[in-house]
Design a protein around this ligand. Structure first.
Ligand code: 3PG
Length: 394
């Protein structure tokens, strides 16, 4: 922010990498725009500084070099334009040059359509760097990826810096974990243990209580010797789940296993929900949420927490009949006096669904990046900025 606001950016070409990878429905309508809103301070700062502003982002995971209309940032350009109250032209082909004047803002089409983006290709990175005087990385949600617009460009652009969102995100997560008010409670939900195993292992050495939910809890129930019927789980990771439980036990802490669950015989919004004790799950049952007794117990534990870290829903909250567990957790976090920090796409959707945005201490725009910072891993896109800072004139 100091670089952007220093007066240095007047009449300079400023290239901002933002994370505008927002969810859309089948017709391309943006269903949740937190990330676009979160990118506004950086964009406004560069415009106010009198720069010629170029912003890009990825959207989804398109095939490089093959344009399909669904991959376009056009809906994002429209939303940005509404939010900023000014036109935001979308430049479709931009690697070889961008027509933009000081005081103007353009959005550069989905950067993952450029061949070499994902592989952080040096030739592409050098071309991107040549487009600007200043590169600003403000895409916290993508800072765990070393790609041409997140890493390569930062090696070669004349001046590079972190944007206000990237800096605020890293500060917020690190300070919540550095000296947390105890007890520190983490809730890790979502469908798969495999995608969150390293975070579970890492949290098991830091937190006082580790609450698991969703498909992850099903694998932990298997590890506890319970029948989970046809529920989503990863039996191959039962040993790893057991090791997480043991690591917590060794520190006198626990991973509470659901004592009751909400089951159905099929998956869908019209499936009939039945509450069962965890020991009564039948072979043809699907566990789709935690039960009311478990939700009440966890809510009580959250009430006495000093710090809460939340990533992932504890049930299929998109379906009303299986949303009570996640709603209970969300409301308990909102009511708790603990400092809470939440991140991840589904978590953000749940926070929005229950309208508790103002009651969460810090809402991260990151999914994978949020998890990696929680794990204490270095983000490659941030590391390169730090390296460059060592030789920076600012
Ligand atoms: C995200 O949605 O987590 C970020 O935008 C990163 O997207 P990616 O996982 O496709 O790199």
């Amino acid at each position: 922010a100091d670089v952007i606001q220093s007066g240095f950016c007047l009449n300079k070409r400023v290239f901002i990498r933002a994370d505008l990878n927002v969810p859309q429905d089948a017709s391309g309508r943006i269903t949740e725009d937190t990330r676009i809103r979160a990118s506004l301070p950086c964009i406004r700062m560069a415009l106010d500084a009198g720069a010629a502003v170029m912003v890009t982002s990825h959207l989804g995971r398109p095939a490089e070099g093959v344009f399909k209309p669904g991959d376009s940032l056009a809906p994002v350009a429209e939303r940005l334009s509404e939010l900023l109250g000014r036109p935001v032209p979308l430049v479709s082909s931009w690697v070889d040059g961008v027509p933009v004047e000081p005081g103007q803002l353009v959005l550069l089409e989905n950067c993952r359509l450029n061949v070499g983006e994902k592989s952080n290709d040096e030739a592409l990175s050098r071309k991107l760097a040549a487009l600007c005087d200043v590169f600003v990385h403000d895409a916290f949600g993508t800072a765990h990826r070393a790609e041409a617009t997140t890493h390569g460009i930062a090696q070669f652009a004349p001046i590079v810096c972190a944007g206000p969102l990237l800096a605020a995100e890293i500060d917020a997560i690190n300070s919540a974990l550095a000296q947390p008010k105890r007890p520190l409670v983490a809730i890790v939900g979502g469908s798969k243990v495999s995608s969150k195993l390293t975070i579970l292992q890492s949290l098991a050495s830091k937190v006082d209580q580790l609450i698991v939910g969703g498909g992850i809890a099903n694998t932990f129930m298997l590890a506890a010797g319970l029948n989970i019927g046809k529920s989503l789980a990863e039996p191959g990771l039962v040993e790893e789940a057991r090791a997480v439980i043991d690591a917590m036990k060794a520190r006198g802490a626990e991973v509470p296993i659901p004592t009751d669950v909400v089951c159905a015989k099929s998956f869908g919004s019209d499936a009939i929900a039945t509450v069962k004790q965890a020991g009564d799950v039948e072979d043809d049952d699907l566990i789709l949420d935690i039960g009311p007794e478990t939700a009440a117990r966890l809510a009580a534990q959250l009430k006495s927490a000093g710090t809460i870290v939340w990533n992932g829903p504890v049930g299929v909250f998109e379906f009303e009949a299986f949303s009570k567990g996640t709603e209970g957790i969300a409301r308990a976090i909102a009511d708790s006096s603990a400092f809470s920090i939440a991140g991840g796409g589904d978590t953000l959707a749940a926070i929005a669904q229950y309208g508790i945005e103002k009651d969460v201490g810090y809402i991260s725009t990151g999914g994978g990046a949020f998890l990696e910072v929680l794990e204490g891993r270095a983000l490659p896109a941030f590391e390169i900025l730090q390296q460059r800072a060592e030789t920076s004139p600012f």
